[in-house]
Design a protein around this ligand. Structure first.
Ligand code: HPA
Length: 275
């Protein structure tokens, strides 16, 4: 079995940074590590027993460094269930972060907008999730060191962090949209009828990631903020066909705005504390 503790301590020793915040960077959002000061990277392939990312736009490495003056680690490339990984592997970085002593997790992703008040290029804070993948990473024996057998899921996001960010952005006259994210397994995009039914279920945006990581991070009581880049309107809402290149293209187009919002989320931590 993968030894999280050993992997975490040897990586911290090797890179000489003890991170306080972990970031998961979604499709087309890996560029954020370019802003890390003194960045040191560790390829996933160098970590024995760790999964390897296979998607275009996800390079597959950890980057350690100082981000907005906070020691941080980012995942450039995450693991998706549709790649064929076991659900436990999808969330292995979360437990690795926990073993590094990290209590704060900032998740980013790309998603399709279902809520018609959204537009491609919007940045939306995820306030709740729907596990339509019906895969739960906590199935199997519970590791009591990390968390309880039946974790509460009534408020998975850190509302103090989220409201701090909302307030911070409103000082600049900017609104932070919020919504519910639904996990569709992928890798095919959804059909228009599926999107209509997700809308009926209360989803505002759809994507192929994030929900397993949120369940695992909530299990080990990490404080989570999740920001989604609406890269396209979901299937059937507009006449356009969906493509991964367009998803990455939109994420790239708004990179300055996205990195500004992520930066502000880190600034908020300086006001409310990192722990
Ligand atoms: N559906 C699922 N995942 C996505 C989408 C989408 O429309 N856009 C970006 N990731």
């Amino acid at each position: 079995m993968f030894n999280y503790f050993e992997a975490a301590s040897s990586m911290i020793k090797e890179v000489g940074v003890k991170p306080e915040v972990a970031l998961i960077l979604g499709s087309g959002l890996g560029y954020l590590t370019g802003e890390f000061q003194g960045g040191v990277s560790v390829d996933y392939s160098k970590i024995q027993g760790f999964p390897v990312s296979t998607v275009k736009g996800h390079s597959g490495r950890f980057v350690f460094g100082s981000f907005h003056d906070i020691p941080s680690v980012a995942m450039e490339g995450r693991f998706h269930f549709y790649e064929g990984h076991e659900i436990k592997d999808v969330v292995s970085p979360i437990y690795l972060f926990k073993e590094m002593g990290i209590e704060r997790l900032l998740i980013t992703n790309a998603s399709g907008g279902i809520n018609r008040t959204y537009s491609p290029g919007d940045i939306v804070a995820i306030k709740d999730i729907i596990n339509l993948g019906f895969r739960n990473p906590l199935i199997g024996p519970n590791d009591d060191r990390f968390g309880v057998r039946f974790p509460d899921m009534s408020s998975v996001m850190d509302f103090k962090w989220l409201s701090g960010l909302r307030e911070r952005l409103s000082r600049d006259g900017r609104e932070l949209k919020e919504g519910t994210y639904i996990w569709a397994l992928g890798p095919s995009y959804e059909s228009p009828s599926e999107i209509r039914s997700f809308e009926f279920l209360g989803a505002d945006m759809v994507g192929m990631s994030t929900v397993p990581e949120v369940i695992a991070a909530n299990h080990c009581r990490m404080k989570i903020l999740a920001l989604s880049c609406i890269t396209n309107m979901a299937s059937g809402i507009l006449k356009e066909k969906l493509s991964h290149d367009d998803v990455v293209g939109t994420a790239n187009r708004i990179r300055h705005r996205f990195s500004d919002v992520v930066g502000k989320a880190l600034e908020v931590l300086k006001e409310i504390g990192h722990e």
